[in-house]
Design a protein around this ligand. Structure first.
Ligand SMILES: *Cc1c(COP(=O)(O)O)cnc(C)c1O
Length: 428
């Protein structure tokens, strides 16, 4: 078979990009369950230690993972991608590939709670300072936070769980005016609903654990390189433009051009940290990706109906779903997420924390679980779970209230989801 053209639409890429069967070869992406690869000569292996451009060891590259990486890169419109063993690992490596001890980064405050911990506490221990900025900040306000040691700006397309829509173009403009890249966590939107590279992002990360996998089967992450950031012109990234002593002096920007970022991440960080997924995990992720475009459209259709229903309920104080016309995020959603804003809705129930807990306990179809973006409807109370480590101040900054419920609409028949909500609201 011939590889598919890069001009095909995302539904076609989801099925065909990354793996092309050879004549008589397996139709479905094979699981290459091997830690290592065999070579004819020690010279060949020696050459790989200078320039590991073939499979060598499954701590940092594997044929099954590679095919899935190529598929995700194609779906996002990037130059290359690297899978990681979790979304957290993707966020961490995406930053460590650019920032060292003594550097600072800027992050939008409406992002995933785990990323807030990672940036605010763990990166701090490594000597990397995170400067938080409100999603509503003006370009001037963002600019005022940029220091000579600032290495990147980070935001999340559709924040988990606040659902704040990130103004990608605004932040990209400030980043590029300062010759630094913009990293966007595109987990909730997925490349089906938004492709951040089209709006100026330079690097995209995902927790593939969410919609990409979709079936709650395995934790995973991915980093995608947009391939357009000019490391040489920037002048701020000597690790890209000067020889890497750990690879016999390779200069990533010269040797790899538009793939410099992702190859450096693999050759240095994945080699040293080893947070690479197994071939079997990548195989399962691939199954999720194949149906991602179909599923995303149905999640959006179901969730819009649920959001509209919740708006009509007396016991519901407010509903936050940016696809709703009266939502404060609607204008940005119309620009960045015209097909819909995923299956995740957040709403505040009257009576605060205790009523919220009673309501959740009364749900029968929706599962109470620490997960989101599942094929099955699920529900969570962020203030007492995912975000319980945050101070009240951080909770407000992340857009979370004690009565807030995160409701992840699945692919059941929407009438059954509405009936479940109705009976639980009656009991709350
Ligand atoms: C879940 C999540 C992460 C972390 O991903 P894991 O796969 O759980 O490590 C990062 N960002 C967002 C937006 C998430 O929803």
């Amino acid at each position: 078979m011939k590889p598919i053209s890069s001009d095909v639409k995302i539904e076609t890429k989801a099925l065909h990009a990354g793996y092309t069967p050879e004549n008589g070869g397996p139709r479905v992406l094979p699981i290459v369950q091997s830690t290592t690869y065999a070579f004819d000569s020690s010279e060949h292996i020696a050459a790989l230690f200078d320039m590991p451009m073939e499979y060598m060891y499954s701590r940092f590259a594997n044929p099954t993972c590679d095919a899935v990486e190529k598929k995700i890169a194609a779906m996002e419109g990037g130059s290359g991608a690297m899978l990681t063993s979790s979304g957290q690992a993707a966020s961490l490596l995406s930053v460590l590939n650019l920032a060292n001890t003594g550097d600072s980064i800027i992050a939008a405050s409406a992002i995933y709670g785990g990323t807030i911990n990672l940036f605010g506490f763990t990166l701090k221990k490594l000597g990397i300072e995170c400067i938080w900025v409100s999603n509503d900040a003006t370009e001037e306000e963002i600019q005022s936070l940029v220091k000579p040691n600032t290495r990147l700006i980070f935001g999340e397309t559709l924040a988990n769980p606040a659902l704040t829509v990130f103004d990608i173009e605004k932040f990209a403009k400030v980043a590029h005016a300062n010759q630094i890249p913009l990293i966007v966590d595109n987990t909730f939107a997925t490349p089906v609903l938004c492709r951040p590279f089209e709006f100026g992002a330079d690097i995209v990360v995902h927790s593939t654990t969410k919609y990409m996998d979709g079936h709650a089967l395995q934790v995973g992450g991915v980093i995608v390189d947009g391939g357009t950031f000019d490391w040489k012109a920037s002048g701020k990234f000597p690790e890209f433009t000067e020889p890497d002593e750990s690879y016999h002096g390779v200069v990533y920007a010269d040797a790899f051009g538009p793939m410099a970022y992702i190859i450096k991440a693999r050759m240095q960080l994945m080699r040293d940290f080893g947070c690479y997924p197994s071939a079997h995990s990548a195989f399962l992720l691939n199954l999720g990706l194949e149906t991602l475009p179909v599923r995303m459209k149905q999640y959006c259709a179901n969730a819009l109906k649920v959001a509209k229903f919740l708006q009509t309920q007396d016991k519901v104080l407010s509903v936050h779903y940016p696809a709703l016309e009266n939502d404060p995020g609607h204008e940005l959603a119309a620009k960045y997420l015209p097909l819909g804003t995923s299956g995740v809705i957040s709403f505040n129930i009257k009576g605060g924390r205790h009523t919220a807990e009673r309501f959740i306990n009364a749900l029968e179809l929706a599962t109470n679980e620490v997960h989101v973006a599942d094929i099955r409807t699920c529900v969570l109370h962020p203030a007492s779970s995912t975000h319980r480590q945050l101070t009240d101040e951080q909770l407000v900054a992340a857009g979370i209230d004690g009565g807030m419920i995160r409701f992840s609409v699945g692919l059941e028949n929407v009438d059954d989801i509405l009936a479940d909500l109705k009976q639980a609201l009656d009991k709350a």
